[in-house]
Structures are given as structure tokens and as C-alpha cells.
Ligand binder design. Structure first.
Ligand code: CTP
Length: 400
């Protein structure tokens, strides 16, 4: 890959030498674009020697080759490490007063920033807003870590370690194997109201669906993400120019939103935890103990519609439909339950994951088995929710 490494003026610039070395060692064509300030920390010969390519900082160098845009146009990936607060602000504003700025404006490649600064600067509202702006534009923010900072301070702001940054940056550069596809994904957990202040809900955080959306968008798809009660922090992980978020609350609202989104979707993924039952009636007034005729209370429940089964019934030609199965059983029984569910639902793939008091929900990691129609195991994945998401999309690509 043609990788541009932007280095900006922070002390962590000395660690970026190792990032360049690791990328070159992995066989990539690395072009370093330091800012003038970065060169006060690490000199130009070091960047040329480690990257094995010529290095310049000015838009006035190598003019016949239109270097101010050529690097950005050629890049498969742009990685800025360290990214100072000043550089993040310039990126958010779209400033292009040096070679790094013009390169960033000229590129359509994925951009990863590895921030490094003191905690106060990282927490400043200006930096927070710049990070949010960049994330909304699809820039990947790797770190920072919480740890020792220059001058004896400690806290969030330390640049991630070079091998971690390299691993994250390369993971983002997946092939665009979903390019041109429309996908509809549901995530989160529905809430069925009992009265204006109470509901029947579940513990789904929506993280797996957000990771599925992000992975799909980065692999080239246009995504509609139907989110039921997902925190803004989790949805921020799914912020990407090719992801449209639609909010839904109840199973019935989620069904309407997913039916709309599925109408022109090539792939549909039902990762949401949809309530199987809702209260038979919803009270407009808060239910009180005072009004109860006797101690205790019985709530009458009626079944909600099965959204996945309904999407399968109404599917368009060549649409791939993926269901999820959250099960508290393990081993063979988990698979058997998954196979029965797959047959009942009629979807093409079923992602079976074990859940429990401590497993599955609300966690950053997940472990799944993917079954294909007929019951064969076509994939197994465990790791971050992003890794699981990529394994699910690999299975979708293979199934299509
Ligand atoms: N699902 C759905 N509509 C519902 C319930 C579930 O679309 N009313 C979908 C989920 O989004 C998931 C799949 O069906 O993709 C399986 O959900 P799960 O809760 O594991 O299974 P249930 O069908 O609810 O069966 P059970 O609770 O008996 O295991």
C-alpha cells in the first residue's frame, strides 16, 4: 500500500520513527510528511532513511510533480502520528498551509490520527469539538492512551504505542468488497412502554450493530442503521459519511424503520434485541400502588411481531438476510438451538452468540459462530466487536 505518514510537532514524534519502520518492514511504500515543527524533534534524514523515500515539508518543493496533491491522491492510507492539538484543529478547519494540510484535503483514503498531548489540552472543549468534527467526517481516532506524559504528568493524552497504531491503521484498510451495496442494520434494544415512566427492555448496548455499520461503511457500503436506545457515545463509533442513523423505540417502530430500509437493501442484518412481548395495554397514567386492588400486580403481555421473519417473507431478490441469536446455552446445545432458530426464521445466515450475566451484552468483545442455511458453521470469530463485525461481513460476501 502507498501510505502517507504525517508527523506533527510533539515529543512523541520520536516514536513515529518506529511506526515508519514497522510499515516499511511490512512491505508498504511509506511517504513521510513532517510539519516544520516535527523536524525540530526528529530530523529529515531520519525520515528519509527509515521510509526509504524522499521527504519534503513544503508545497513549493517538487512543483512539477504537483506534490501538494499528488501524495494525497496516491495514498491508500494517511496516518497522522503524533497528531497534536494544533494539527487536529487545522484538520477540523480544513487548513492547507503546508504539505500535510494539502495532502489531507486531496485524499479520499482512510485517515487515522493518533493524538498526543497533555491531558488539559485533550480535554479542552475546543479539542473535544475538533475530534467530534473529524470523527463525523469519518476520520479514525486511535487513542490516546492514559499514561505517563512529558514533564512528569500522567493522564489521558499519551500516544498509543507504535505497534498498536500500526495494527489499528492496517485493520481499517480492508478491501472495498461491499462497494455499491446498500445495507440495513438494526441495533440496540427495544423498549415496550408499560406507562409513561416504565418499560420492558433489555441489556443490549447496540455496540455490535454499531461496529457492523462502521465496518460495512469502511468496506464501501451505504448503510442505514436503525438504532433502538443506543447511547450517543456508542453511536459516535458509527459516525461515517455513508451511515444514516434512524432511531426507533418499540418493536413496532423498529419493524417500520427496518421494512423501509430493507426495501432497497442488498443485505439486512438484524442485530437488535427485539422484545418478544409487549404489555397488552399501555396506561397513559402512571400505574400506582394506591390504585391497585390487591398486593402484587400481574402484567398481561402479548407477542410482538417477529421483525426478522417478516423481513424474510418480504425479501427482494438476491437480498442476503442475517439474523442474530442470543443464547444462554453453550457448546453443542448452543449450536443446536441456533440451527433450530435459523430454520424457524428462514434467514441466510445466523450469528449465534452466547450471552449471560457477564458475557455478550455491554462488553467490548464478543465471541460468535456463524451458521449458514442448512446449519453448517461457516465462520467463528472472537475478539473486539469490530473484529466480529468484519467476520460477519466476510461471511455475507462469501454467501452472496
Ligand atoms: N427478532 C426479531 N423480532 C422479534 C424478536 C427477535 O426480528 N420480535 C430477531 C432478532 O433481531 C434476532 C433474531 O430475531 O436477529 C433472534 O432473536 P432472539 O431473541 O435470539 O430469538 P427469538 O426469536 O426471540 O426466540 P427466543 O427468544 O425464543 O430464543
Amino acid at each position: 500500500m502507498f501510505i502517507v505518514v504525517g508527523v506533527t510537532g510533539g515529543i512523541a514524534a520520536y516514536k513515529a520513527v518506529n511506526i515508519v519502520r514497522l510499515l516499511v518492514k511490512a512491505g508498504h511504500d511509506v511517504h513521510v510528511v513532517p510539519t516544520d515543527d516535527a523536524l525540530r524533534f526528529v530530523g529529515l534524514p531520519t525520515w528519509e532513511a527509515t521510509s526509504r523515500n524522499p521527504v519534503t515539508t513544503s508545497v513549493h518543493d517538487d512543483v512539477p510533480r504537483v506534490r501538494h496533491v499528488a501524495l494525497g491522491q496516491a495514498a491508500d492510507l494517511v496516518l497522522i502520528a503524533p497528531a497534536t492539538a494544533n494539527t487536529l484543529a487545522k484538520m477540523a478547519a480544513g487548513l492547507a498551509d503546508d504539505l500535510l494540510g494539502t495532502t489531507l484535503l486531496a485524499t479520499t483514503a482512510p485517515v487515522v490520527v493518533a493524538p498526543a498531548m497533555h491531558t488539559e489540552m485533550w480535554r479542552h472543549p475546543a479539542t473535544r469539538q475538533n475530534i467530534a468534527t473529524l470523527a463525523a467526517r469519518g476520520v479514525h481516532v486511535a487513542g490516546p492512551a492514559d499514561g505517563e506524559l512529558t514533564g512528569g504528568d500522567s493522564g489521558p493524552g499519551r500516544m498509543l504505542e507504535p505497534d498498536d497504531i500500526v495494527a489499528r491503521a492496517l485493520a481499517i484498510c480492508r478491501p472495498h468488497d461491499l462497494a455499491g451495496l446498500h445495507v440495513a442494520i438494526s441495533t440496540g434494544g427495544t423498549r415496550e412502554p408499560i406507562d409513561p415512566v416504565r418499560f420492558i427492555g433489555n441489556r443490549s448496548s447496540g455496540r455490535q450493530g454499531a461496529a457492523l455499520a462502521r465496518a460495512a461503511a469502511e468496506r464501501g457500503a451505504d448503510v442505514v442503521l436503525v438504532a433502538a436506545h443506543v447511547d450517543d457515545g456508542v453511536l459516535a463509533e458509527a459516525s461515517h459519511p455513508h451511515i444514516t442513523v434512524v432511531r426507533a423505540s418499540t418493536a413496532a417502530e423498529l419493524k417500520t424503520a427496518m421494512t423501509d430500509a430493507a426495501a432497497d437493501a442488498d443485505a439486512v442484518v438484524m442485530a437488535a434485541a427485539v422484545a418478544d412481548y409487549r404489555p397488552a395495554s399501555t396506561s397513559d397514567a402512571k400505574l400506582t400502588k394506591e390504585a391497585a386492588e390487591r398486593p402484587g400486580r400481574t402484567l398481561d403481555l402479548v407477542e410482538t411481531e417477529d421483525v426478522l421473519a417478516s423481513l424474510v417473507r418480504g425479501r427482494r431478490a438476491a437480498q442476503t438476510i442475517v439474523g442474530f441469536a442470543a443464547e444462554t446455552s453453550h457448546g453443542d446445545e448452543l449450536l443446536e438451538r441456533g440451527r433450530r432458530k435459523l430454520e424457524r426464521k428462514g434467514c441466510d445466515l445466523l450469528v449465534v452468540n452466547e450471552v449471560g450475566w457477564q458475557t455478550g451484552f455491554e462488553a467490548a468483545t464478543n465471541s460468535v459462530v456463524v451458521l449458514a442455511a442448512g446449519g453448517d458453521v461457516v465462520a467463528e470469530a472472537s475478539g473486539t466487536k469490530r473484529e466480529v463485525a468484519d467476520a460477519v461481513w466476510d461471511a455475507v460476501v462469501a454467501a452472496r
